[in-house]
Design a protein around this ligand. Structure first.
Ligand code: AMP
Length: 215
C-alpha cells in the first residue's frame, strides 16, 4: 500500500503507520524521525533543522523535499510506504505529486486521522519517547506507561519528553498545523484521494483502511 497519513501532531499517525507496516511490508517513512536522527547525529541537515523543530515551526520545504526525493527512491519503498508527517504544506504536496509522477509511483490514498483538540493536547503532553534513536518506542504516562517508570520496556534506555512536547511548543505546533497542514485535506479531496476517519481508536483506523483497500 502507498498511503499518506494526514492529521494533527498526536493524531496517531505514527502508531497507525507502525500497525500498517505489519500487514504487507510497506515501510513507514516519518520525516520527524529522519530529522530527529539527523539532529542527534549532528549532520548538516540536523543543524539546519534543529531550531525550527525546537520552536515547533516547520522545517523549510526545500530541506524536506531533499530528504524525500532520495528516500522514496530507496529499494525498500518498492513494496509500499506510509508517509507519516509528510507532506505538511501545499508546496510539499505539489512537489510530491510531481516526484511520484516522475518516478512512476501511484498513491492509493491520503488518510486524514481526525481527533478532537482536547484529546490531542492530552495525548501529546503525556507522551514519552525512548531516547535511544534506534528504538524510539512511544509510551504514554496514562494509557500505555512503561513497566518501570522512565525506562523503555524494549531496550532499557531512559524515556524522555520531547523538547517540542512542552505545552507551549505543542500549542504552537497545533497553530502551525491549522494554518499550513490542515488545508491538505482539501487538496487531496480535489485530487480524489481523500479518506477521512475518526481516529480516536488506532485499531478502528487500521480496520477502516484495510476495508477501503479491500484487504
Ligand atoms: P513530527 O514528529 O512529525 O511531529 O515532526 C517533528 C518536527 O519535525 C515538526 O514539528 C517539524 O519541525 C519537523 N517536520 C517533520 N516533518 C516535517 C515536514 N514534512 N515539513 C516540515 N517540517 C517537518
Amino acid at each position: 500500500m502507498k498511503l499518506i497519513l494526514l492529521g494533527a501532531p498526536g493524531a496517531g499517525k505514527g502508531t497507525v503507520a507502525k500497525m500498517l507496516t505489519e500487514l504487507d511490508g510497506a515501510v513507514q517513512i516519518s520525516t520527524g524521525d529522519i530529522l530527529r536522527g539527523a539532529v542527534k547525529a549532528g549532520t548538516e541537515l540536523g543543524k539546519q533543522a534543529q531550531d525550527f523543530m525546537n520552536r515547533g515551526d516547520l522545517v523549510p520545504d526545500d530541506l524536506i523535499m531533499g530528504i524525500m526525493e532520495d528516500r522514496l527512491q530507496e529499494d525498500d519503498c518498492a513494496k509500499g510506504f506510509l508517509l507519516d508527517g509528510f507532506p505538511r504544506t501545499i508546496p510539499q504536496a505539489e512537489a510530491l505529486k510531481e516526484l511520484l509522477a516522475r518516478i512512476g509511483v501511484k498513491l492509493d490514498m491520503a488518510v486524514s486521522l481526525d481527533v478532537p483538540r482536547d484529546v490531542i493536547l492530552d495525548r501529546l503532553t503525556t507522551r514519552r519517547t525512548c531516547s535511544n534513536s534506534d528504538c524510539q518506542a512511544i509510551y504514554n504516562t496514562k494509557s500505555s506507561p512503561t513497566k518501570v517508570e522512565g525506562i523503555c520496556d524494549k531496550c532499557g534506555s531512559p524515556t524522555i519528553q520531547r523538547e517540542d512536547e512542552t505545552v507551549e511548543a505543542i500549542s504552537h505546533r497545533l497553530e502551525t498545523y491549522n494554518e499550513k497542514t490542515a488545508p491538505l485535506t482539501g487538496y487531496y479531496e480535489k485530487e480524489g484521494l481523500l479518506m477521512s476517519v475518526n481516529a480516536t481508536s488506532s485499531d478502528a483506523v487500521v480496520a477502516a483502511i484495510k476495508e477501503r483497500l479491500g484487504n
